[in-house]
Design a protein around this ligand. Structure first.
Ligand SMILES: *[C@@H]1O[C@H](CO)[C@@H](O)[C@H](O)[C@H]1NC(C)=O
Ligand SMILES: *[C@@H]1O[C@H](CO)[C@@H](O)[C@H](O)[C@H]1NC(C)=O
Ligand SMILES: *[C@@H]1O[C@H](CO)[C@@H](O)[C@H](O)[C@H]1NC(C)=O
Ligand SMILES: *[C@@H]1O[C@H](CO)[C@@H](O)[C@H](O)[C@H]1NC(C)=O
Length: 278
């Protein structure tokens, strides 16, 4: 800050190099004196230097953000806003809130959450939420989250369908956003709604209230048949048993493998021979 103080300090401490701010100089020299009396001054000193470098780097990288240094907690924000009881419950039970808080700590892209209020959840078909399994509840909540921070004036920069954290299957998980001025329309193919207002924005996390729950089309179109159903697999393995010799079946047997680990090559060979002789 004060250039005259800086210029008097720096020449008097030439051995410390240009890495350190003037603020760290006094503490460094004091600690240095203490360290010199210890048995392993080099180790202690380098440890001290590492810590100082680390804290300096961290404070240099953090872009002077929130006045409160506590990490962002999406639940706390929604509780403070009020009217999001059901959303808070779903965010918590699906653990998406934990994931969101972690993402906010670890990513620079930020996040956008469309937050249906309690009225929105109440206007769903009765029993709808209870009809969803855990995986579907998770998908429903992730469908309300965009993996980037989008300010209210930047929705027109997105291209449709917009990718949500539920995935990007354009047939099942499409979310289209059209905007004009401050009016932002959302459609999923099942639900149309409009952004009702900004609940929270800190240049990293944006929360917008919506009057309807964004239901993905995925919940309403029939699923393709699952790829490998269990009965087919059982059939295939019994077919394999009938064509393959008993020795190869024994090779893949977990008992044979654990015997092999214990006693080397001979046990499974003996085991196979025993089977062949049956
Ligand atoms: C949003 O939807 C309303 C009708 O629901 C329509 O009148 C308006 O033009 C739409 N705005 C945009 C930006 O798509
Ligand atoms: C979303 O937008 C894409 C591209 O404009 C379009 O092909 C698709 O039909 C739209 N889907 C919905 C649900 O509106
Ligand atoms: C949503 O809006 C589109 C036109 O913007 C309309 O064709 C469609 O029927 C609406 N869907 C619902 C579920 O209201
Ligand atoms: C055991 O079976 C798996 C498939 O189920 C196969 O990939 C593997 O090669 C088999 N191992 C042996 C030793 O036959």
């Amino acid at each position: 800050m004060n250039p005259s103080i800086n210029s008097t300090h720096l020449p008097s401490l030439p051995h410390q190099g240009p890495l350190f701010h003037s603020a760290t100089h006094t503490s460094l020299t004091d600690s240095q004196k203490m360290v010199m009396m210890k048995k392993h001054p080099l180790f202690s000193l380098s440890l001290l230097l590492m810590v100082l470098c680390y804290t300096t780097t961290i404070s240099a990288q953090t872009p002077a953000p929130s006045p409160t240094s506590a990490p962002t907690d999406i639940i706390r924000i929604l509780k403070k806003a009020g009217g999001f009881t059901t959303l808070i419950r779903l965010l918590t039970t699906t653990q998406v809130s934990t994931q969101i808080n972690a993402q906010l700590l670890n990513s620079n892209n930020g996040l956008t959450l469309f937050a249906p209020n309690d009225n929105a959840f109440q206007s769903l078909k009765p029993g709808f939420l209870n009809s969803l399994n855990d995986q579907q509840k998770n998908e429903l909540i992730q469908f309300h989250v965009l993996p980037t921070f989008v300010s209210i004036s930047n929705f027109d920069t997105l291209s449709n369908p917009v990718r949500t954290q539920a995935g990007d299957d354009p047939d099942r998980l499409a979310l289209n956003i059209t905007s004009s001025g401050n009016q932002v329309n959302l459609t999923t193919g099942v639900v149309n709604t409009t952004v009702g207002g900004s609940v929270y924005s800190d240049h990293q996390l944006a929360i917008y209230q919506v009057d309807k729950v964004l239901l993905p089309r995925d919940f309403f179109v029939p699923k393709p048949p699952p790829p490998a159903p269990a009965p087919g697999k059982a059939k295939a393995s019994s077919a394999k048993k009938s064509t393959d010799g008993p020795a190869s079946a024994a090779d893949n047997d977990s008992a044979a493998i654990s015997l092999k680990l214990k006693n080397g090559m001979w046990v499974p060979l003996a085991f196979a021979a025993a089977l062949l002789s049956l």
